[in-house]
Ligand binder design. Structure first.
Ligand SMILES: Cc1cc2nc3c(=O)[nH]c(=O)nc-3n(C[C@H](O)[C@H](O)[C@H](O)COP(=O)(O)OP(=O)(O)OC[C@H]3O[C@@H](n4cnc5c(N)ncnc54)[C@H](O)[C@@H]3O)c2cc1C
Length: 351
């Protein structure tokens, strides 16, 4: 069978890439190895700036509107700051991702679920080997997440990532999120309205820390505690763009915020860049993809600079948050500020 493009992985990066390709007239196959809607471990927190990228109808998926943030230190002391305008929205990832896939199907994307990418062969056209047979395409987008087979086959290795644990739990936060620093060397713990978790780049015993943290906050670790990895990008070279007519998007490309591990926004942004690159330069989209992604990469690099300082001096960061940094971060979540501006404002003591 023949397609213009094959997209691997029906998370936000893949569903969004498939949507934009089909919307621009390409014949698209979307492969997903699981049956949809599928569980995806995630806090499900969409910063308010994501909204401008989302298709109509997403509002029906909102579980909570976040208008208050609490910054804590070690699950002990904390302070809260509210915002009139929404800062973020909590969604269920199984529902959210499936909504994006259905949106792609509506513009003609063909979905093969319970179908795994097994390999590919580059040539005049790309031969794509799947668990349901062989197809041919001009372009391949690998949006197959942290353990991306596409990235692996291109020879990329993941070097920078958070290890994370999370359990689902209806917390007493209805319109708020809480983030605690000071528990791990580089990373944080969180309480969202529907889940509690911890992420770290180090080798600490995260399960013990998560249990202690939950107990301190009066939350019971109930049900299964799930673990997954979150990649991040803090240098230009961490961006795994792909090769030739094979492009990587989302976690597969490491496009995740190194400060807090926010990945959905960058998966959607990267998907738009990848599709635009294919439309602009069908013969060598990967270079164009890199060029179009420069603003996104720069944003993540500045987030990385802030992360390095914030995690090295966690007590200072906590106090700095109180003095004004949290308020400034709210502007970023709402899309009114960039990490680059935040970084320079902090440098010039304007925050
Ligand atoms: C504990 C945790 C909490 C998080 N919280 C947040 C948060 O609150 N907000 C936020 O923005 N980000 C959060 N993230 C990060 C976010 O989940 C990811 O960045 C985001 O899911 C990336 O989307 P993606 O489309 O690149 O990949 P994914 O969402 O991982 O989707 C990849 C898809 O590819 C499929 N796949 C994999 N291999 C194959 C194959 N060989 N063939 C076919 N299909 C395949 C998978 O089944 C999957 O459906 C969190 C991550 C973790 C682990």
């Amino acid at each position: 069978m023949s397609f213009d493009a094959v997209v691997v992985g029906a998370g936000p990066g893949g569903a969004f890439s498939a949507y934009w390709l089909a919307k621009n007239g390409l014949k698209v196959l979307l492969l997903e190895k699981k049956r949809l809607p599928r569980f995806k471990l995630c806090g499900g927190c969409l910063s308010a700036r994501v909204v401008s990228l989302l298709p109509e109808g997403w509002q029906g998926l909102i579980k909570a509107v976040i208008r208050e943030g609490t910054l804590g230190c070690r699950g002990e002391e904390s302070f809260s700051l509210s915002s009139e305008k929404p800062l973020a929205y909590i969604v269920d990832r199984a529902e959210f991702d499936y909504f994006l896939v259905q949106n792609a199907q509506r513009v003609g994307v063909e979905l093969w679920q319970e179908c795994e990418l097994l390999g590919f062969e580059e040539g005049e056209r790309i031969k794509v080997y799947t668990s349901k047979g062989e197809v041919e395409a001009d372009f391949l987008i690998g949006a197959d997440g942290f353990y991306s087979k596409t990235a692996d086959l291109l020879g990329y290795k993941k070097k920078k990532f958070f290890r994370s644990l999370e359990f689902q739990c209806l917390t007493n936060l209805k319109e708020g999120v809480r983030i605690d620093v000071g528990l791990v060397e580089r990373g944080y713990a969180w309480v969202f309205p529907t889940n509690v978790g911890i992420a770290s780049t180090g080798k600490e015993n995260l399960l013990e820390l998560l249990k202690d943290y939950s107990t301190k906050l009066g939350l019971k670790v109930e049900g299964k505690v799930y673990g997954w990895h979150i990649p991040y990008l803090e240098n230009k070279k961490d961006f795994h763009a792909g090769r030739g007519r094979i492009l990587l998007v989302g976690d597969a490309s490491n496009s995740v915020d190194p400060l807090l591990g926010e990945g959905i926004y960058y998966a959607l942004w990267g998907a738009k860049n990848a599709v635009q690159a294919i439309l602009n330069c069908p013969n060598n989209p990967v270079e164009e993809y890199f060029r179009l992604s420069k603003p996104m990469i720069e944003e993540l690099v500045y987030a990385g600079r802030i992360a390095k300082i914030a995690y090295r001096f966690q007590r200072f960061s906590y106090n700095w948050g109180k003095k004004g940094a949290l308020k400034a971060y709210y502007r970023l979540l709402r899309g009114e500020e960039s990490y680059k501006k935040l970084f320079f404002k902090a440098w010039l003591h304007l925050i």
